[in-house]
Design a protein around this ligand. Structure first.
Ligand code: G4P
Length: 513
């Protein structure tokens, strides 16, 4: 039986139209009945804490969330699990982790602007995870760049083949509609509503830009045809031009996900891969979010289900805990609501409320034999010392830093010498989120100061070699929140030097969670 689940992420740079597209996808899926709800919900959510205010001020989305909707497709009900990702490169680690939980991704690009240099990193993360990508070039109704330029830019950036599927008929002021290369159907905007014009021949009498035919021939001939296997291998991206605002090309995009996007794929677990057909329920935690509702200090762990049929109340053993927990109130996330899930299938994302027992990277399973791998921590690129303004709040600070590092907002290091903790992040914005959440959620007034360190490496090796290293480098050693030893380096050169001097030790820039 082929799975009816399509679990995918949307990745875009801020302002490319991700919110608008999400809303239209949910509308098409019948999950919401009125445009504007995703935003309204967003606004209500944002108003709740200072942390969310950062999102509002900067017009970026910091948190990633899950939305499920269904759609009939060729006689079958397909369940779409959409995972949102933060639209800023400073959160590319978060995006990376979200990509471990999906089987494919939609990359949204603004037709007028192309790919902005600072968001390349986000898109490249897709390649790192070899997630198949469908490209949606949004805002074709705007005065924009030449579509060929966009195609080439995508191909260059991702180093893969691009295959056009929906092509704009004129752009900006001359925008007349879209042509579907597969069906040869023409969609066009007429007085605010979309009208399907029938086959390409219908264009003959229509008032379209005169170079259109030539452009169409060029696009047809100049790029490879769509090839399912190449797409699923991550060697080719189908490109859909469209307009989220005008709801053009969105239906075709959903179709493409239903038709082409891979069903739940096997996940790495050490040497093995565990597929959906594996004979027990298993999954892994890829995200933990604390204080989603500040009125109830709740903490939700998001589990990507990998195998089996989950039933409410089932006992699963988290790898980090070693003893089973009963999952009584698993949450499914719909557009406007959370619902208690009675059952869930591979590919589904369920939220498990807990009080700190579940951590990112944990495997949950019935038999407690599997360990999913591939959810690393990345060596931080910015390190800061945390200075507490009110010394009576040491305990609260420690709790906050532990919580937030568990969520993946920051990493925390406790130096062997000296009192103040050091936080590490991959991007500057994470620090803003840290300070604002410390105040809003933990009532801790703290400041960040320069630290002498530039990066960190996890140390592994024989005990004797580690002890030797410790003797001479105590001032540069810290423990992470799991108690693992970390070398705090003053520069990249410092790392290289120590690596050479200590051939028995591994200095790792990532740590498996
Ligand atoms: P984001 O989540 O990726 O940050 O983008 P969002 O959907 O918020 O869209 C950013 C802006 O682009 C919004 O305008 C939105 O209306 C506009 N937009 C999205 N899709 C299209 C499209 O297909 N065509 C055109 N012309 N515009 C589009 P705004 O003025 O910033 O916000 P608002 O006034 O609409 O709320």
């Amino acid at each position: 039986m082929t799975s009816t689940r399509r679990t995918f992420a949307i990745i875009s740079h801020p302002d490319a139209g991700k919110t608008t597209l999400t809303e239209k996808l949910l509308l098409q899926g019948g999950a919401i009945h009125q445009a504007g709800l995703v935003k309204a919900r967003g606004a209500a959510r944002r108003a709740r804490s200072d942390w969310m205010k950062i999102e509002q001020q900067r017009g970026i989305s910091v948190t990633s969330s899950v939305m499920t909707f269904e759609k009939e497709y060729e006689g079958e009900t397909i369940t779409f699990n959409l995972l949102d990702t933060p639209g800023h490169e400073d959160f590319s680690e978060d995006t990376y982790r979200t990509l471990t939980a999906v089987d494919s991704a939609i990359m949204v690009i603004d037709a007028a602007k192309g790919i902005e240099p600072q968001t390349r990193k986000l898109f490249e993360v897709c390649r790192l995870r070899s997630v198949p990508i469908i490209t949606f070039v949004n805002k074709v109704d705007r005065e924009g760049r030449d579509p060929f330029e966009t195609m080439d830019e995508v191909a260059d950036m991702l180093a893969l083949d691009v295959s056009p599927q929906m092509w704009p008929i004129g752009m900006g002021g001359l925008f007349k509609g879209l042509l579907d290369f597969r069906t040869q159907e023409v969609a066009r905007v007429e007085g605010g509503s979309n009208e399907y014009m029938g086959k390409r021949d219908a264009l003959a009498d229509a008032d379209i830009p005169e170079n259109y035919e030539e452009e169409y021939q060029l696009a047809q001939a100049g790029y490879p045809e769509f090839d399912l296997e190449a797409y699923r291998n991550g060697d080719l991206t189908p490109v859909y031009f469209g307009s989220a605002l005008k709801n053009l090309g969105v239906e075709e995009l959903i179709d493409a996900i239903a038709r082409y996007a891979p069903p739940p794929r096997p996940q790495p677990a050490g040497e093995e891969k565990i597929g959906p057909e594996h004979d027990e329920v298993s999954g892994f935690i890829f995200k933990v979010q604390a204080n989603m509702d500040p009125n109830h200090r709740d903490r939700i762990a998001f589990m990507r289900q990998v195998s089996g049929t989950f039933k409410r109340g089932m006992k699963l053993t988290p790898s980090g805990l070693g003893k089973p927990i009963a999952v009584h109130s698993p949450i499914l996330f719909f557009a406007q609501d959370r619902e208690i899930a009675d059952t869930a299938e591979p590919g589904d994302i369920i939220g498990i409320p807990n009080h700190g027992t579940l951590r990112v990277g944990d495997t949950l399973s019935e038999k407690n034999e599997i360990r999913f791998t591939g959810l690393p921590n990345f060596a931080p690129e910015i390190l800061r010392r945390v200075q507490l303004r009110d010394p009576t709040k040491t305990k609260q600070l420690r709790k906050a830093l532990d919580d937030l590092s568990e969520e993946g907002v920051i990493q925390v290091f406790y130096p062997e010498i000296g009192g103040s903790s050091i936080v590490g992040v991959v991007g500057q914005l994470q620090l803003d989120v840290l300070i604002s959440r410390l105040g809003a959620e933990y009532k801790v007034d703290a400041a960040l100061e320069a630290s002498p360190f530039a990066t960190a490496r996890w140390l592994k090796g024989p005990d004797a070699a580690l002890r030797d290293f410790e003797k001479f480098n105590q001032g540069n050693l810290a423990k992470d929140r799991d108690g693992d030893m970390v070398f705090m380096a003053k520069s990249a050169w410092d790392v290289g030097y120590q690596e050479e001097k200590n051939p028995d030790l591994a200095f790792s820039a990532t740590k498996e969670r």
